[in-house]
Design a protein around this ligand. Structure first.
Ligand code: FAD
Length: 230
């Protein structure tokens, strides 16, 4: 673990914050890919509760990373992270890891997320577009409009005509899509097949529900890249 300064924080959504961290040691650097995660550690553990948690990076530079963390009011690490202010220090793992690695910018891609699962998807989408990707669909599910996360950066990347963004809300009646994200795949695509890569991240019921649906359409395992959490 290495020490990093909090250089910027910006509250967003309900109890969530964008956080930029810069490594204190000028000789140190981050290694890994967009879509991968670091681990953030609290200085001391409280009442034996785990004091280090993984967080995906939204943006990754040699000595800086940007995180998006949803704070649970009584959460051990997440609430502590939400209370950080610029100038504070945190401990982070510099060797990022994870399953979510961009496979190809040459194929159409679907970035499917629920809740904070949008964090690695923003990094992957950014990399996909930088690599010349021309057909990306982002499907983001959450409970209500006010709990949707990462939409500022998503809308920014979505100005590229290669990107289509679909929001799905499960607990709010609104003009857009309602229900769970995976329930809309068949409506969004004429055919669910192997012609695109499917990146999936979020709560296990969404990740597993989507995997089952894709398997039912004979999509090969190589085209399905997943990570589940919470
Ligand atoms: C690979 C990976 C990447 C991730 N990336 C992100 C990310 O980019 N952004 C993000 O916000 N999160 C991310 N997460 C989730 C993150 O790691 C933490 O799980 C999350 O922030 C909760 O941490 P916490 O300290 O609040 O947990 P906890 O202290 O465990 O609390 C979380 C909630 O669970 C409740 N709880 C705790 N213990 C129990 C119990 N025994 N029974 C019932 N309820 C309980 C608490 O009351 C609280 O409401 C990621 C997870 C993984 C695995």
């Amino acid at each position: 673990m290495k020490e990093a300064y909090v250089t910027a924080t910006r509250p967003t959504g309900a109890h969530s914050v964008y956080l930029t961290l810069e490594l204190a040691d000028s000789e140190a650097s981050f290694t890994g890919q967009p879509g991968h995660h670091t681990v953030v550690s609290k200085p001391e553990s409280e009442h034996g509760r785990q004091s280090a948690m993984p967080y995906s990076v939204m943006k990754l530079g040699p000595t800086r990373i940007m995180l998006l963390v949803r704070g649970y009011e009584d959460g051990n690490v997440s609430a502590w992270i939400n209370d950080r202010v610029p100038g504070d220090t945190v401990s982070v793992r510099t060797d990022l890891s994870g399953n979510l690695t961009l496979q190809s910018a040459d194929r159409p891609a679907v970035f499917m997320a629920s809740g904070t699962g949008i964090t690695p998807m923003v990094g992957l989408l950014d990399q996909y577009l930088e690599g010349g990707g021309s057909d990306a669909t982002v499907i983001l599910g959450d409970k209500r409009q006010e709990t949707l996360l990462g939409t500022e950066l998503l809308e920014f990347l979505g100005t590229d005509s290669a990107v289509d963004i679909e929001y799905v809300l499960s607990r709010e009646s609104w003009a857009g899509r309602e229900g769970y994200a995976q329930e809309h795949l068949s409506e969004i695509f004429d055919e669910i097949d192997d012609s695109r890569d499917y990146y999936i991240c979020g709560v296990p019921p969404m990740v597993n529900g989507t995997k089952d649906l894709l398997a039912g359409h004979d999509v090969s395992e190589e085209a399905i890249i997943t990570e589940g959490w919470e």
